[in-house]
Design a protein around this ligand. Structure first.
Ligand SMILES: [Zn+2]
Length: 270
């Protein structure tokens, strides 16, 4: 009946994932990141400015994206109809993941939330790095007044070096209220989940077209996320692909902001 997309951009840079670099070389730089976020704003204008930029925080760089240069950009994101959410990469890259460790997750999430709110911003959304998520995170989102999660990638089962990074097997492919004991099923927690629908980097444009067509045929209200990364914007080919992907999505549905997701959840009795 009605297909709704939330355009989301994870604020990661490519060096972060380059394990052959040392810690200093893996850190982000203002010179590289600021123009890419400017490019995000330009790109998001195609969907009425309605997007969620997920601000990265990790053991490698805890508060880099709370620097005044970024806060000024985040204010522009909000002023144009978007939101800045929280993106925790609480991990030692490719060797240890800490999303089930409340003692590590609690300060990581609340630190970014408090930093954004102290600057006058209004985060409502969360996404785990590598879509890592579990019941440990749900009360932390509730305590921090983050009523939306975007970590669900239905059927994703990511195991790296023997460690379970992300498990979304059997999860719904439409928005739902998370169960406090099992994030992969609907329940009664204070957090609405918006599953991933379109992963621009991983899907070809013809596949994006087919996915959108399939989503548009569903009955009832559908709300899914469209995912890009800040590092995508360093490539003109990826910028073109993102523009094309957004145009395809708009042919079949409409883009909404995070507040509208909450309204739709209420209306749908979720
Ligand atoms: Zn990420």
């Amino acid at each position: 009946m009605a297909l709704n997309f939330v355009f989301t951009i994870d604020g990661d840079w490519s060096e972060y994932f380059a394990t052959h670099l040392d810690a200093e070389e893996r850190r982000p730089s203002l010179e590289r990141e600021l123009p890419l976020v400017e490019a995000e704003l330009e790109l998001a204008a195609a969907v009425g400015g309605k997007f969620v930029h997920f601000a990265h925080t990790s053991p490698l760089t805890r508060n880099f994206f709370l620097r005044p240069e970024f806060i000024a950009l985040w204010k522009r994101v909000e002023a144009s109809g978007g939101e800045v959410g929280v993106h925790c990469h609480e991990e030692d890259l490719h060797s240890a993941w800490h999303h089930a460790d409340a003692a590590r997750m609690a300060p990581a999430i609340s630190g970014m939330v408090k930093g954004l709110r102290a600057a006058g911003l209004s985060p409502t959304s969360y996404r785990g790095g590598f879509m890592a998520f579990g019941p440990t995170v749900i009360p932390l989102l509730e305590e921090n007044d983050l009523p939306l999660d975007f970590s669900c990638d239905p059927d994703r089962h990511l195991v790296t070096n023997g460690a379970l990074v992300s498990d979304w097997r059997g999860a719904p492919s439409n928005f739902y209220r998370l169960d406090s004991a099992d994030h992969r099923r609907p329940g009664g927690s204070g957090v609405i989940e918006v599953p991933l629908g379109i992963y621009i980097e991983k899907m070809s444009l013809p596949r994006i077209w087919r996915e959108c067509r399939g989503l548009a045929r569903r009955d009832g209200e559908t709300v899914v996320a469209v995912l890009a990364h800040t590092y995508d914007l360093a490539s003109w080919r990826m910028r073109l692909k993102i523009r094309a992907a957004l145009a395809i999505c708009r042919r079949y549905g409409r883009f909404i902001g995070s507040r509208e997701v909450l309204d739709k959840a209420r209306e749908a009795g979720i």
